[in-house]
Design a protein around this ligand. Structure first.
Ligand code: HEM
Length: 433
């Protein structure tokens, strides 16, 4: 057994797994949400149990909130930081983990990932990437997104049933982000495979087997990305990564920082939007009246995407740790204390959304959801994700107005990311009995 890897797992996941399992056995809702498939398959009843206990709840290890106002306040407050991506661990364990972890397996929640650093370091990284994802630049990608969607559906023309996730929802975002980062077509499916394994590292308390699978994928992904960077340095294209590599500010970044930034944008670019598209198809299948409204008014697709982000958020959870003693909603949070911010729960807060358990594609304030987070870490790719999902769904239902879910869809087993692994659909109209 590779000792260093085992030590890194023990510190980052193993001990926490033990604590979570014990707390879950005693019925702690936050621990059950992190460990028990019966709870994270449908987390919404558990969010209501947490809500009934107040705007900030505690289980002796962490605090948590499903309150929209509190969640928003925490995410926007500079009294809170990312806790180096592991705010729930005691500081000495975090420091030790920083020493033993293998730099070749750094994950999206390990510093120096943008998700795990605070300003001013975060500001420097973010500035470099944000330039590429302004609403104007994303607007110029609309034709390309449409081409990809149409081409993927052309390829499915002769198949009356197919896996919507594997053949469409996952393929579209990976093709778009690969273009943006100059990744050749032939390498995309490999990148998708690594990304699926790496995505599990967002979850707390991984088993040793899960951790090892993710570490292997991350190691291979880092090695590939090193080659990719070399290739673009020697032969720059007109992609974002080539531009970043020529930026004088990027010249000051270490290789480790470049990997962290590049791989986060790449992974975040396809591991999330796939869930948004899949969740939307399942919701529309279960709510034919809502689909009919969209088919009668195709301009409403963009609003429908906001409602899917609210009703069934593709990223359910993030975490912040207080950097100083502070107070939210009348609750004192001590320096170092971690708070689980349940984005998916906050999006169902009746104080923010009337009748929050109703899926309504015309909800007037759906865009007040915090599915893309808020504050300095607000999703850089939000405009791109909105564009991709709107185009993907509109094009899908224009081509196949009778599309329906058939067979047995399978959920992804991830807890932070919520979506479908396998989603069989039929494009053929149901024959009336
Ligand atoms: C439906 C699709 C998406 C969802 C739901 C989503 C959600 C999120 C959330 C919740 C965060 C912040 C996490 C936190 O506060 O701790 C985030 C950050 C981020 N997202 Fe997205 N995302 C999506 C698509 C994308 C795409 C397409 C990209 C590609 C460009 C992207 C790139 C990023 C990056 C780079 C960050 C880190 C920002 C920072 O830390 O400053 N995301 N995303």
């Amino acid at each position: 057994m590779p000792l260093r890897e085992f030590a890194a797992w023990t510190l980052a996941h193993g001990l926490q797994r033990r604590v979570l399992q014990r707390a879950a056995a005693k019925g702690d809702v936050m621990a059950l949400l992190a460990t028990d498939p019966a709870f994270y398959d449908d987390p919404y009843p558990s969010y209501e149990r947490l809500r009934a206990d107040g705007p900030v709840v505690r289980n002796g290890f962490v605090a948590g909130t499903v309150d929209h106002a509190v969640a928003n306040a925490i995410l926007r407050s500079d009294d809170f930081g990312t806790g180096a991506g592991q705010g729930e661990l005691p500081a000495p364990m975090r420091r030790l983990h920083g020493l033993v972890r293998d730099p070749d397996t750094l994950s999206p929640v390990d510093p120096p990932s943008m998700l795990a650093v605070d300003p001013p370091v975060h500001t420097r990284y973010r500035r470099l990437v944000a330039r590429a994802f302004t609403a104007r630049k994303v607007g110029r990608m609309a034709d390309r997104v449409q081409d990809v969607a149409s081409r993927l559906l052309d390829d499915l023309e002769r198949e009356p049933t197919f896996d919507l996730v594997g053949r469409y929802a996952a393929q579209l975002p990976v093709a778009v982000i690969a273009d943006i980062l100059g990744v050749p077509d032939a390498e995309r499916s490999q990148v998708l495979g690594w990304g699926n394994h790496a995505a599990t590292t967002l979850d707390p308390g991984l088993s040793w087997a899960e951790y090892r699978r993710a570490a292997t994928a991350l190691r291979e992904m880092h090695a590939w990305f090193g080659h990719h960077l070399e290739r673009l340095r020697r032969n720059p294209g007109d992609d974002l990564l080539s531009q970043v590599l020529q930026d004088p500010e990027a010249a000051e970044l270490t290789e480790e920082e470049l990997h962290a930034i590049g791989l986060l944008v790449l992974g975040a670019g396809f591991e999330t939007t796939v869930n948004l598209i899949g969740n939307a198809v399942v919701l529309l299948d279960a709510h034919p009246d809502q689909l009919a409204r969209l088919q009668a008014d195709p301009d409403a697709w963009a609003d429908a995407v906001e409602e899917v982000l609210r009703y069934d958020a593709p990223v359910q959870l993030t975490m912040r740790a207080a950097v100083r003693d502070t107070e939210v909603a009348g609750h004192r949070i001590s320096a170092g204390e971690a708070v689980l911010v349940y984005l998916g729960g906050a999006n169902r807060d009746p104080a923010a959304f009337a009748d929050p358990g109703t899926f309504d594609v015309r909800r007037s304030n759906a865009a007040d959801h915090i599915g893309f987070s808020a504050g300095v870490h607000f999703c850089i790719g939000a405009s791109l994700a909105r564009l991709e999902a709107t185009v993907a769904l509109r094009t899908l239902y224009e081509r196949y107005p009778d599309l329906r879910v058939v067979g047995r869809p399978e959920r992804r087993t991830t807890r932070v990311l919520r979506g479908w692994e396998y989603l069989p659909v039929s494009t053929v109209a149901r024959v009336p009995a």
